[in-house]
Write a protein of this length. Structure first.
Lengths: 325, 325
């Protein structure tokens, strides 16, 4: 895989992710994995590693072994700031999906070393140009953001737990980031507004330049103060394990942005497509298994397919009629 | 409005719709209408009338008055085959929407004259080039289809009731149409398959050339044996009354196709956009009120906006990186 990588010297240390590294135990109607690499920072960093160099800030326990470390090493992910607590255990999530795969039932959550996670940034990490604050307690997210005041772009993910229990802190954190990347239900809950367009307007009024809303099988939408952009999802016949799809989307999106010298609307739009492409691969196999094996040809092929299945000619009606007459 | 219409002599008698004409009594959190023009054929034909000449096959009772007739007349909709039963009452539907507007609660259904509806086609109607079989009993749909064997394109809508109670007849009808236009849940139920892509493949295997899946606020998707096309919905801040959105979508889509000499993939894609545009206007006010007042400028403006909020540049990743290096 590394031979297939195109290294970009300018992008070194360009993308930092803070989040969870975990063991996932997943059951779906199609099979199960009792213990595999998971967590927001894992899914994010592996997806992003196809586009840029990534640094990971997370914590693991003594049960985190060489085979897991090796996944990061093979993807050239810098684990300097991956804290190891030898006498603790790694965050463990056990979940089960029903036949339609849209709802995950959490069977067990063992926070373990993640319960006391305090992100510690080395000097190298503080130079990051882009930062992704994965779904952790919003005070911790804000603490990281404040240590990287000069980043070009800081994005944040969150979840219903933090919206419900730490709303004020979460809003304060959103006020100091550039981009919020959350799902449909979270956007509505966060803004306390069932209409997504109004919800987006409200979140943007708090300060961020952009809000990206993930809609699973329905695609994704991006709101800025000036523009709106929406895409359908890549059509998949076989969805196998949706775990980590959202973080893989964010990883592809932020990784692609990190590879771009100029982060403008056009780059953001392409980044949405690359994020969707990476997420589409993620759900085709368990955990990070499919994404780990990806090639650039496969990524670019789906990018091109996106263009093909969303393209239409801009011919307003009047002209069409005149052509017939 | 008629002054704003661009007449196309070639399209006379080009589009026929068979369905319900009704009185709707609708309550939403934003207001109510105790009695307004509704029904699948009404919504469809008014939307389609902006693009082509439409003939309507339906039945009404003695309570259907001059003001309702006048709506059809003003939109140049041919009501030769609108059957009047003076001693009966028109189909009445009473419904209520919750705050999120996604679920309609049916409070009352009085089929009235619609219970005995037997579509009767005049000679003019049998010359239709395009036909839309609105959501009625599938035996009746097939009876109409057989009377117009030379139509260029016959499309069909249906609903959960017919999928549950007349599945065999419905499948026989689907076998003899060109296009199925249904919503997301109906497509999955019809194919008995939760994955939409697999569901589409199954429905296409029965014979139709295309399946169009309406997804409400998430947009729409079109499946043919060779191609896939998907679009998001037009973003709306104020959804007022979703009644008839699906039929308005179909009306815009089929009306646009009727205006085109060549119904190819490119025309179908543009038709999907025009259908979405018409549906986006429909839900902004009660019943057909907003669509009745539409201008071509308004329609084309939203068509152009669709292009703007779905466009991205096709630059695969390798090239992007090389540009940076």
């Amino acid at each position: 895989m590394e031979n297939d990588r195109i290294h970009n010297p300018k992008s070194s240390m360009s993308l930092l992710v803070v989040g969870s590294v975990a063991f996932d135990a997943v059951e779906t109607p199609f099979g199960q994995r009792p213990r595999m690499l998971g967590g927001s920072a894992s899914h994010f960093s592996i997806a992003a590693s196809f586009f840029t160099d990534v640094r990971l800030v997370a914590v693991v326990g003594g049960d985190f072994g060489p085979s897991e470390e090796d996944v990061f090493r093979r993807h050239n992910i810098d684990t300097t700031d991956l804290e190891r607590i030898p006498d603790g255990n790694t965050f463990l999530w056990r979940g089960r999906y029903e036949y339609d795969l849209n709802v995950a039932h959490t069977l067990e959550t063992q926070l373990n070393v993640f319960a006391g996670f305090q992100p510690k940034l080395s000097e190298g990490s503080k130079q990051a140009r882009l930062v992704f604050l994965g779904n952790i307690q919003p005070d911790l997210q804000r603490g990281v953001r404040e240590q990287i005041p000069n980043a070009d772009l800081v994005a944040l993910d969150t979840m219903n737990l933090w919206i419900e229990t730490t709303r004020d802190s979460l809003q304060k954190t959103i006020e100091v980031v550039d981009l919020v990347i959350i799902n449909d239900a979270e956007a509505r809950q966060l803004a306390d507004e069932p209409n997504l367009i109004k919800a987006a307007r409200k979140v943007l009024s708090w300060g961020p330049r952009g809000l990206i809303v993930k809609r699973g099988e329905y695609g994704a939408a991006m709101f800025t103060k000036e523009e709106y952009f929406a895409i359908p999802a890549y059509p998949l016949e076989a969805v196998f394990d949706p775990t980590g799809a959202g973080d893989t989307f964010a990883g592809g999106l932020m990784g692609y942005l990190a590879s771009q010298e100029k982060i403008d609307e056009a780059a953001m739009r392409r980044a949405m497509i690359f994020g969707s492409v990476m997420a589409s691969f993620n759900v085709e196999e368990f955990g990070t298994e499919r994404v780990q094996r990806l090639t650039y040809d496969e990524i670019n092929q789906r990018f091109r397919e996106f263009k093909r299945f969303t393209h239409f000619e801009e011919i307003p009606f009047e002209r069409a009629v005149k052509a017939v007459q």
